[in-house]
Design a protein around this ligand. Structure first.
Ligand code: ADP
Ligand code: MG
Ligand code: MG
Length: 878
């Protein structure tokens, strides 16, 4: 319970769970003190006081000021020093500290409580002129900067000029007289800016400093940071007032920062830096080059030992890697801060795993320590950091598919493929992509498009393939004729190097060195923990051997969606497929399909082999046929020639396939109903592959998925063709193989009649891309343009194509599950839309009881982690 009329807390009265009142820094200082660690004494003015400050017209209410004065008296007793007493002065630091660590807030003021008289007597006491005036000049500068908001520059320039005049290399060359002289000048600069003298009353200094911290809660930088990180502005900040300890009192003193483990790699080894004879943030300010913490071992072995013991103690107390600040005063160590340290994704995984192995945290804790999206950083090629630093982006598009790519640019798929086959790394640059480009995209390291949003063809396909993609890069002008692209006055020609960062959307000139992803070592071990906890399955969407292999390696428990149409685009097949589409008679069509059959059978067989007994769901032909036909006139002419037809005929046929709204047109099961022979061919290929796989000792249960079903008769008509074809083959082979026939639930009507469908279907796989498109009535390909207005105006809070719309589309999914399972309790339930790889959506799917999600191979570990975390959370709730 919070006692409302208390605003100031001594460190000894707080603890780590009081961060909402004391701020993170204050709560942890209190905690360290209660652990018996050497922490300079002090008190915290609470976040409630901050709220009062704002309610009281941005001034500290008198009763709070009184409470502060009273607490100072307590602190004086504890420290046996007195604030403002020149014979035994208490000097303090004033430090901001919100509930969560927040850069952009006010900086720290050190040595507060000094004035001319106190400086003089302190000099008599310490006989260390350099120390006294080094402290004093720092106070004046920090006070001017922080409380008054004056430019530090004025002071810093004076100091630089002074050092230069005397030919000093570093601050260490400044002696006591120099410091005294600088202090005098700093006071003059202060007066010239403020009009008044630097305040000599320590109490005035203190109250102004505390007010300044509260005020800084609402400075522009802080507001911006809060917005970015969803930190409520009502929280307010706390202020810590703490007895000073001096790292600048001689060569036996110093200050430093350290992490209990390496924040970049996670390595379990003290990591940090320090500076002797220095104060405050000299270490990070770059005034002098700090020493590696390892050197402290030889410089001050006892201090090092004490510090590393404290580090261990803090880490096991907080059960997490700590980021600490310390100061050494005359050979005595003081702890000034601790908090859970920020870390890279790689370190995040390693530390979580190591803490589990060290038995500091449970398996579940370890899993909850890693946000699913963090894994993304570990799953793609990335630019080597040192090399990236040498490059500046020339333009920026949408970060459509993460990863990094570098290669020679080509403007069409055919050239990209050709050059890739010649051993070159290529980047495909297109105005926008279409299914025709898929093979080219596969051969490319990265894809760059001028048009198209986050769910454009390029973006979706590239993400599925794990190919890096920057889309919608509208600054680019492609000059097809002279085969170059222009960005402002920069021209890049075909074959020249470009680098893309699909994680940021940045585009760079030239090539940048890459580092590859692998799931090995700690990452692999961590994923084993994840698998042992999660209950929902995670499969992958994979259309070919390459993707299937990747899915397998990334831990997919099967293929949840194999889009067969992608198999038709490869070289020899596309001709026969076009021949099939353009056929005038059934015989012609069947002949063409017969050419394709063995290819398709082989494709399926290779998937079965790679997945080694894991389930593979094959979706029958889905996209509208026009997507398979050539667009360029020259291509049309040559196609006509090879087909022995007239160009006019072909043009007419292509025109006849044109639809106003192809996404709601002749596609999915509708195509198969018009051309049942396609359904027959695909069944022959799949069952044929299964027979062969079984012959090779692989366990398979073919899963046949009919797309876009909206009425029961669509499904039963096609299921009938499938079973007749399959059963005949199996009979002939004298084999009994179980196979499943199911459907993709992606038309809203299908969810409403899910019970009817479930009577006949073995499984449902929710195609949430189309289901979202049709439920909202938003075209996937165009909605990006106006959805941004929706986000800006708060109509929608997120992209429904990325994060499942739980209330609307999600309700339909739930409805279909309820209806479906009421009719068929053995119905298997999955999701194969893009949402299957989105952590928030995966959590939802886990909660509503789906058997599995299926996502692009690259997102399998992310989905698995999200599923495991959801399983842990629902266990906690029980
Ligand atoms: P930040 O949040 O920017 O890190 P801090 O409040 O932690 O600011 O202060 C920065 C540095 O100032 C500390 O790391 C420490 O070196 C120094 N400092 C703060 N308080 C004291 C103190 N009481 N005695 C000595 N040094 C201090
Ligand atoms: Mg700082
Ligand atoms: Mg700090």
């Amino acid at each position: 319970m919070i006692i409302v009329d208390k605003y100031v807390y001594l460190f000894k009265d707080g603890n780590k769970d009081m961060a909402s009142v004391l701020g993170g820094k204050g709560a942890n200082l209190a905690e360290m003190m209660s652990l018996g660690l050497p922490v300079p004494n002090g008190f915290t003015v609470s976040t409630l006081a901050c709220q009062k400050y704002y309610e009281n017209n941005k001034t500290l209410p008198q009763d709070i000021i009184e409470e502060i004065y009273k607490t100072i008296e307590n602190l004086e007793k504890e420290t046996k020093k007195q604030f403002g007493n020149k014979n035994n002065p208490l000097l303090v630091s004033v430090r901001s500290g919100a509930r969560v660590s927040m850069p952009g807030m006010m900086d720290t003021i050190l040595n507060l409580g000094l004035n001319d008289d106190i400086a003089k007597s302190l000099l008599v006491k310490t006989k260390n002129k350099r120390f006294v005036y080094d402290s004093y000049r720092r106070l004046i500068l920090m006070y001017a900067d922080v409380v008054k908001g004056y430019e530090r520059n004025m002071f810093e320039r004076f100091l630089d000029d002074y050092k230069q005049k005397l030919n000093y290399q570093s601050d260490l060359d400044l002696d006591g007289d120099d410091m005294e002289f600088i202090t005098k000048h700093f006071k003059e600069i202060y007066k010239s800016m403020a009009g008044d003298d630097f305040p000599s009353d320590p109490r005035e200094q203190l109250i102004n400093a505390i007010g300044a911290v509260f005020k800084s809660w609402n400075n522009e930088r802080a507001i911006y940071y809060r917005k970015l990180n969803n930190i409520p502005s009502e929280w307010g900040t706390a202020v810590n007032v703490q007895e000073m300890v001096y790292g600048n009192i001689g060569t036996n003193s110093g200050t430093g920062v350290a992490f209990t483990r390496n924040p970049a790699t996670g390595e379990n080894k003290l990591f940090g830096e320090y500076l002797m004879n220095a104060q405050g943030e000299d270490v990070v300010a770059g005034i002098r080059t700090p020493e590696n913490i390892d050197k402290l071992k030889t410089d001050m072995p006892l201090i090092y030992e004490e510090f590393s013991d404290i580090a261990k103690k803090l880490e096991s107390h907080y059960k997490d890697m700590q980021d600490m600040e310390f100061t050494i005063e005359n050979g005595k160590l003081y702890m000034l801060q601790t908090r859970s340290g920020k870390r890279t994704s790689k370190a995040c995984v390693k530390i979580a795993l190591d803490l589990y192995k060290e038995k500091m945290i449970t398996k579940e804790d370890a899993i909850m320590r890693v946000e699913p999206e963090r894994l993304e950083d570990l799953l793609h090629k990335s630019f080597r950091i040192e090399d990236l630093k040498e490059h500046t982006p020339i333009t920026k598009g949408l970060a459509a598919s993460p990863g990094a790519a570098t290669g020679a640019i080509y403007f069409d798929a055919i050239s990209a493929i050709k050059h890739h086959k010649d051993g070159e790394k290529v980047i495909l640059v297109r105005l926008e992509t279409s299914p025709e480009d898929i093979e080219g995209m596969h051969h490319a390291e990265g894809v760059l498009t001028v048009r198209g949003g986050m769910t454009s063809h390029a973006a979706v396909v590239a993400r599925g393939m794990g190919v890096c993609c920057v889309s919608g890069c509208s600054d680019i002008i492609i000059d097809e004729e002279s085969k170059c692209l222009k960005i402002g006055n920069i021209t890049v020609r075909e074959g020249e190097q470009l680098s893309l960062d699909g994680t940021t959307g940045n585009v760079y000139l030239g090539s940048i060195t890459l580092e590859p992803p692998v799931i090995s070592g700690d990452f692999k071990e961590f994923m084993q923990l994840v698998s042992s906890v999660k209950t929902m399955g995670v499969r992958a969407n994979a259309d070919n051997a390459h993707d299937a292999k990747m899915a397998y390696d990334f831990g997919a428990e099967g293929i949840g969606l194999c889009r067969t149409e992608h198999m038709f685009f490869e070289k020899e097949r596309i001709f026969h497929f076009r021949q099939m589409i353009l056929a005038d008679t059934l015989e012609e069509r069947e002949k063409a399909l017969n050419y394709i059959l063995p290819y398709q059978e082989n494709d399926f067989l290779s998937l079965y082999k790679i997945m080694a007994g894991k389930p593979v769901v094959v979706r029958y032909l889905d996209p509208p046929l026009h997507e398979f036909l050539p667009k360029e006139e020259s291509e049309i002419t040559s196609l006509a020639k090879s087909l022995n037809k007239s160009t006019e005929d072909i043009i007419e046929k292509i025109a006849s396939l044109k639809e106003f709204n192809p996404m709601m047109g002749h596609r999915g099961c509708r195509l198969l109903i018009t051309y049942p022979e396609i359904c027959v061919m695909q069944t022959k290929a799949l069952i044929g592959a299964a027979i062969k796989a079984i012959g090779e000792g692989i366990k398979v249960t073919p899963e046949i998925m009919i797309p876009l079903v909206g009425s029961i008769n669509e499904f039963t008509y096609l299921k009938d063709i499938v079973t007749k074809t399959a059963d005949a083959m199996l009979k002939e082979a004298n084999l009994k193989i179980k196979y499943l026939v199911g459907t993709m639930i992606e038309v809203p009507r299908a969810t409403l009649i899910a019970d009817e469908i479930a009577k006949h279907a073995d499984f449902f796989s929710f195609g949430t891309n189309d289901l979202t498109q049709m439920t909202f009535g938003f075209s996937r390909d165009d909605a990006g343009k106006f959805l941004k207005d929706y986000y800006a105006k708060g109509i929608l809070s997120s992209d429904p194509f990325k994060i499942i719309d739980e209330v609307g589309v999600g309700s339909l999914v739930k409805l279909a599950i309820d209806k479906g399972t009421s009719m068929n309790p053995f119905l298997s339930l999955g999701v194969c839309g893009e949402h299957g790889g989105d952590p928030k959506s995966v959590t939802f799917f886990n909660e509503i009881g789906l058997d599995y999600v299926s996502c692009s191979p690259y997102r399998v570990p992310i989905a698995a982690l999200a599923a495991a975390r959801s399983a842990i959370k629902s266990c906690d709730r029980k």
